[in-house]
Design a protein around this ligand. Structure first.
Ligand SMILES: O=C(O)CCC(=O)C(=O)O
Ligand SMILES: [Fe+2]
Length: 273
């Protein structure tokens, strides 16, 4: 048994993938709960809709502290124990990777949020994508501690990862590449990760801070295989994608995060912290 069976090969060890993290019956209970939330809980965006629990962040990216609803909280201990993120706070650079993409850390972490500010997730964003919908290349940024755990429900999708360009690099590379924006949308992804329904995907540290992630707004993910999908060997059901295609159905993702800035009720109304 490999030491870190959930690590995605050839990428920094700050990415983990675990299929069948929840059961089909847990998945359907979660979906029922999500779809039965009151309509105002949804924020409608042009290419997806989303819920924020326990609440939406303020304009200054501050969260009013409140417990997560029990139906989201119940997965937290399981997420914490799901992967052995044996690198603690060690930062890893893509250039430092060995042939197999692995760098062993020195201090052993227990849970993935062990080194974040609140040492646990305090916020969950729920995104719902219909076939043909997606999310443009972006980084989740400093509002959150650099650890995100994603549970996928309903359908599979390919998540693309691109290297974030530093400003100088950006200018140079943009010459002659018309229309390429700050988000690096036309740059080739460094990795494509297939997120199966019921899977857990964890992004931490370097992968959080130095890369952009996106989901193409398409109806079918194509060209899926061992050479093109970074977590192919970790998939729960490779047979399902053996024709190289994933026909999208509605996918809902739960992203567990630790919001850096929190205040108690009333704190945004002049209280100090
Ligand atoms: O749906 C996903 O897996 C990604 C969602 C995402 O990137 C975000 O909400 O920031
Ligand atoms: Fe994101």
């Amino acid at each position: 048994m490999p030491q870190h069976p959930t690590r995605i090969p050839h990428l920094p060890p700050s990415l983990h993938y675990l299929p069948s993290f929840i059961t089909p019956s847990e998945e359907s209970t979660l979906l029922t709960t999500i779809t039965s939330q009151p309509i105002p809980k949804w924020t409608i965006l042009s290419h997806r809709r989303l819920q924020s629990h326990p609440s939406t962040l303020s304009k200054s990216n501050t969260l009013i502290t409140a417990p997560l609803p029990a139906w989201l909280e119940c997965l937290v201990p399981r997420i914490e124990g799901a992967v052995d993120d044996g690198d603690g706070g060690v930062e890893v650079n893509l250039n430092d990777l060995g042939e197999d993409g692995r760098v062993e850390g020195t201090d052993k972490g227990k849970g993935i949020w062990e080194k974040t500010k609140h040492m646990r997730p305090n916020h969950v964003l729920i995104n719902e994508y219909k076939p043909g919908e997606g999310i443009m290349p972006h980084e989740d940024g400093p509002a959150y501690e650099p650890v995100v755990a994603t549970v996928s429900l309903g359908g599979a999708v390919v998540l693309e990862v691109r290297r974030k360009r530093v400003d100088g690099e950006e200018e140079k590379e943009e010459e002659g590449e018309e229309g390429e924006g700050r988000d690096g949308g036309k740059e080739k992804p460094v990795a494509r990760i297939l997120l199966e329904p019921r899977s857990l995907f964890i992004t931490t540290r370097t992968m959080y801070t130095n890369f952009l992630h996106s989901i193409s707004p398409i109806e079918v993910d194509e060209d899926l295989g061992p050479e093109t999908i970074a977590n192919w060997e970790l998939l729960g059901d490779r047979e399902m994608y053996k024709d190289g295609r994933n026909v999208r159905v509605t996918r809902t993702s739960l992203t567990y995060r630790d919001v850096t800035r929190v205040v108690k009720v009333g704190g945004l109304l002049g209280g100090r912290r």
